[in-house]
Design a protein around this ligand. Structure first.
Ligand SMILES: [Cu+2]
Length: 303
């Protein structure tokens, strides 16, 4: 008896330690606004009307599923218990009840229509990329994103966005110790866009299929080599928002995050001016001395 209680004590201690380990590791990282939260079970907090619509559709569908679940299983278990043989219940002998058949055909049909109307509205809104204020091409490369501003304020800006190198070093060393909240989501050059403007993102890829996705904006679009697809968003608040490539694209798939910085209109204009000023002297220099450009070309990534 004593041995047994000691044994249980040991098990209890071990579980307490494991639980403590879990909770401390969970609390070491905090929620990331615009990105994932600790112990998050639901969708990301929406930053666009589309994402908010998707979230309410999700809740709406779940409620319908729950009601159907409760009604169907309620009727089933009630019938099994109330009409069991041990109570002396005699089975009914009837076939082909037209009324019942019409009811069980019509009921799901009405439910499906009831679900399809709001869902179709949202799907159509997701696909409507017309009248964008700003068009940006996002090109998936193994394993980074290239952004080209092709229409609207900032036209001509183009840069590559890669995972922040310090995060790669953290990952290589086993991701131990205090981890940043934006672990593996921080990039060197975020995609910068203005708030309250319709941004059209054209996706394509240079090598394999990638996917451009930002959960807070409710967008996810495959980037396919040789093809052009598009999606759009209109951010309703400023801040940093995070996504990841969502199509398995090779060994570094986990290391090509998408980081979107939404700025106020004035800050965005200032950013555009800064980018243009940075590009101007560089272009002038390159035109003057093409050889220098070759010498300054970045060293290609080690394989
Ligand atoms: Cu990818």
């Amino acid at each position: 008896m004593n041995k047994l209680s000691q044994h249980w004590k040991k098990i209890a201690n071990c579980s307490a330690l494991a639980l403590a380990g879990l909770t401390t590791s969970a609390f070491a990282v905090k929620d990331l606004p615009g990105g994932p939260a600790v112990n998050q079970l639901n969708l990301h907090a929406p930053a666009t009307k589309l994402a908010a619509d998707q979230a309410s559709l999700h809740v709406f569908m779940m409620i319908i599923c729950l009601v159907i679940f409760v009604v169907v299983f309620g009727v089933m278990f009630y019938s099994i218990l109330k009409h069991r043989k041990s109570l002396g219940h005699k089975p009914a002998h009837f076939h082909e009840s037209v009324k019942v058949e019409i009811a069980w055909t019509l009921a799901p049909f009405i439910i499906v229509i009831f679900m399809a109307i709001p869902a179709t509205k949202t799907v159509i809104a997701q696909k409507d990329t017309s009248n964008a204020d700003l068009t940006i091409k996002a090109t998936g490369h193994q394993w980074r994103w290239g952004y080209d501003y092709i229409k609207g304020e900032g036209e001509g800006i183009s840069f590559i966005s890669s995972l922040d190198n310090s995060h790669r070093i953290l990952s290589n060393s086993g991701a131990k110790g205090d981890m940043p909240d934006d672990y593996l989501l921080k990039v060197d050059n975020p995609l910068v866009v203005p708030v309250g403007k319709k941004i059209r993102i054209i996706t394509t890829a240079s090598d394999v299929i990638h996917a451009f996705a930002v959960p807070s904006f409710g967008i996810k679009q495959d980037a396919i080599p040789g093809f052009v697809r598009d999606t759009h968003f209109l951010a309703e608040r400023t801040g940093m928002f995070y996504g990841q490539c969502q199509e398995l694209c090779g060994k570094e798939h986990a290391y090509m995050p998408i980081n979107v910085q939404v700025l106020s209109e004035a800050d965005y204009s200032a950013w555009v001016q800064k980018k243009k000023a940075e590009a101007a002297p560089a272009t002038a220099k390159n035109e003057a001395a093409p050889a220098a450009q070759v010498a300054q070309a970045p060293v290609s990534e080690k394989k």
